[in-house]
Design a protein around this ligand. Structure first.
Ligand code: PA5
Length: 443
């Protein structure tokens, strides 16, 4: 397993000299991170997490996952942001967006929006099915999951009675405090811990991600093994550290006016990984009026919608291409005797070759159009490779945040919409803001 930084397509955009010039800053970022002296150093639990995790809880996670798989048809995972994206991204990367169609246990995600139609559909999908719920919230007070859990708690208790419902509800939250922890203890739910020193967007390798991923049938030992390997491979600060090269390259490009990073993958199973990446980097770096804007596409699909812009629109972006070298199942393309579609020139080879040529051709065209391309080479689509790339991105994000001189571990900007929403909804304590907002609206 590996993730390799391929900088070949930065030629003409970024010179060797520029990498050398930024390297002392990378060294500083590394020492801030490993010396735990940088901004946000209370939230570095993820750094050694692949080795340094609660092994007893890990065993309980596997047991709970096996129980859910044996006594349930549906697992409803309730959470938002960092308490949601990692689990969904992992499940869909390993099992595709059609994972539920192929699996005995269906995993549905709720509490990541406030749409009544969305929640009603999930409730309908639970009709006549044996259901378990995993509610995930570090604070326990986030409106979206709290609201969905209120609905599902009642549904479960109406259906199973309080005692059996309690045996089917699993809470992943703070180890000691918060509304959800208090409720879980009172109701007797099995609880799993989000460590104090691991922020939401860095939490996929804690119970936050591990319980849903294991319940979906994937091997979390292998996932952790992949992360361990990355933790070892990227531990030292050297000019050859591919994780640090990625962090350096994106900052060099930002300083040259490329403020948008477009993550591109030629496999739709990466779709939710794009979303996970966008949260990790967007929330970590977009602050103090700085940052790269993380955007994403799936090619070749989006070449037919966004391709025009990437090739020919405003020159403000670079691409980071995830090249997954091996598909899980290749498809051999046979020749057709009539060749009515004229596609026999593609026959007698695997479809992955066609996809790979589409990727090569696109990278070259985009570079010609003035879009620098970073390529991250990934070996395959299994749990080990996934654990490896998760850690790669987490560590690169921390180094990149320090290169930007921001605190990569806080998210002060997330509060603003909540204040307005609570004020408009008439939450006690928000009367003054409510008055001001209503005046703005009526003006
Ligand atoms: O990265 C983060 O910290 C956020 O995305 C949170 O994970 C998200 O807001 C959910 O918070 P909580 O787990 O407290 O419900």
């Amino acid at each position: 397993m590996a993730v390799k930084f391929n900088g070949r397509y930065l030629d003409g955009f970024v010179s060797r000299q520029e990498f050398d010039n930024i390297y002392p800053q990378v060294q500083l970022g590394h020492s801030l991170l490993h010396g735990k002296t940088g901004a946000g150093n209370d939230y570095l639990g993820w750094l050694n997490l692949p080795f340094d995790y609660d092994k007893r809880e890990f065993g309980r996670i596997k047991k709970a996952a096996a129980k859910i798989r044996s006594d349930s048809d549906v697992l409803v995972v309730i959470g938002i942001g960092g308490s949601y994206l990692g689990a969904r991204a992992a499940i869909e990367f390993l099992g595709s967006q059609y994972h539920n169609e192929f699996s005995g246990l269906k995993v549905y995600f709720a509490g990541n929006n406030i749409s009544p139609d969305y929640l009603n559909r999930i409730i309908r999908l639970c009709e006549g099915k044996r259901v378990s719920v995993n509610v995930i919230s570090k604070s326990g007070t986030t409106t979206e999951p709290a609201l969905a859990f209120r609905v599902f708690k009642k549904l479960m208790e109406d259906r199973y009675g309080k005692a059996e419902a309690a045996g089917r509800i699993y809470a992943t939250t703070d180890k000691a405090k918060g509304t959800l922890k208090t409720l879980a203890d009172k109701e007797g739910y099995e609880t799993f811990v989000i460590p104090d020193d691991v922020g939401g967007r860095y939490s996929v390798l804690t119970a936050v991600g591990l319980l849903p991923i294991a319940a979906a049938g994937f091997d979390i030992d292998k996932l952790m093994h992949g992360a361990q390997q990355a933790c070892k491979d990227f531990a030292d600060c050297t000019p050859d550290n591919d994780c640090y090269k990625y962090a350096a390259a994106r900052n060099i490009l930002l300083r040259k006016g490329k403020a948008i990073e477009l993550m591109a993958c030629y496999d739709p199973d990466w779709t939710m990984m794009n979303e996970w990446f966008k949260q990790l980097y967007g929330e970590s770096e977009g602050k103090d009026k700085k940052g790269l804007f993380p955007a994403s596409v799936i090619f070749s699909t989006d070449l037919h919608s966004m391709g025009q812009f990437v090739q020919d629109g405003s020159r403000t972006m670079f691409e980071t291409v995830i090249n997954i070298r091996k598909p899980v199942n290749d498809l051999f393309l046979e020749a057709d005797a009539e060749n009515a579609d004229g596609l026999n020139f593609l026959a007698n080879q695997n479809m992955s070759v066609v996809n790979s040529m589409a990727m090569q051709g696109t990278i070259l065209a985009h570079c010609d159009g003035g879009v620098p391309n970073i390529v991250l080479e990934m070996d395959g689509k299994d749990e080990e490779n996934l654990g490896y790339i998760i850690y790669f991105f987490e560590k690169a994000c921390a180094i990149s945040g320090y290169l930007l001189a921001v605190n990569p571990f806080n998210q002060p900007g997330v509060e603003a919409y909540k204040v307005n929403m609570f004020a408009l909804l008439g939450k006690p304590g928000y009367e003054k803001q409510r008055e001001e907002l209503l005046k703005k609206i009526s003006d």
